[in-house]
Design a protein around this ligand. Sequence first.
Ligand code: HEC
Length: 206
Amino acid sequence: MPRKNQPLKPGEKILFTVAGAFVVFAIIAYIIMQVVISNSDKPLFEVKTTANLSAEGQQGSYLFRTNGCTTCHRALRNGTNMGQTADLDGIGSRRTMQWMFAFLQDPEKNYPSKTIDHAPGERSAAYVARMPKQELHAIAVFLSELKSEQGSSSAPIPPKGDSPFIDSMVKTWAPKEWKEKYRDVRDDPEAFKRANEAAAQEMTQP
Ligand code: HEC
């Protein structure tokens, strides 16, 4: 028969006290974090993508939301987030309007590799290529107006400023010749512009 009110062994007491202290600590830390967040006027995550929509871009944004694109893609921080390809915020800094217009009409011919969902036939995004040309044009304009700033994950080059960790790793591990061979893009004000142009160029070539 089980005895009631069996006293805890010293080991158990210590174990429960430590576990309890962790729980209490986690709750207090969570409360502090919430208070800090709600009293701070800085956003928790800095937004590094921007969108200045023209009239046609606005129309494209509407078409984008009403034609099922958001079931696979994300733009203006709406829709799904399945990965880099699916997230179209900032795409206007990597691809040109012409490229996107061409891709939407004929994905197989204009995509750098074989397409999965946009391929013609029975694929789930095959309908996109069959949409009216002028609607696809508006969508391409909309997408080309989604820009990313330097430092965004969708930007071609890393954030400005120092990273002590990366700097010390480079100092320790990078061969000397690299210093002469490569320039630090963070010290090069034109690098972001060049990287964007190079990316756009590459994408318009077949
Ligand atoms: C069923 C999922 C799905 C739907 C719906 C869909 N897409 Fe896509 N999209 C993809 C996938 C996956 C890719 C990568 C290419 C591929 O494999 O087809 C892609 C690629 C793209 C790209 C090229 C991105 C890049 O830079 O590589 C654009 C632009 C795009 N889609 C726009 C649209 C628009 C606009 C719509 C709606 C009219 C749409 N997509 C609907 C899945 C989808």
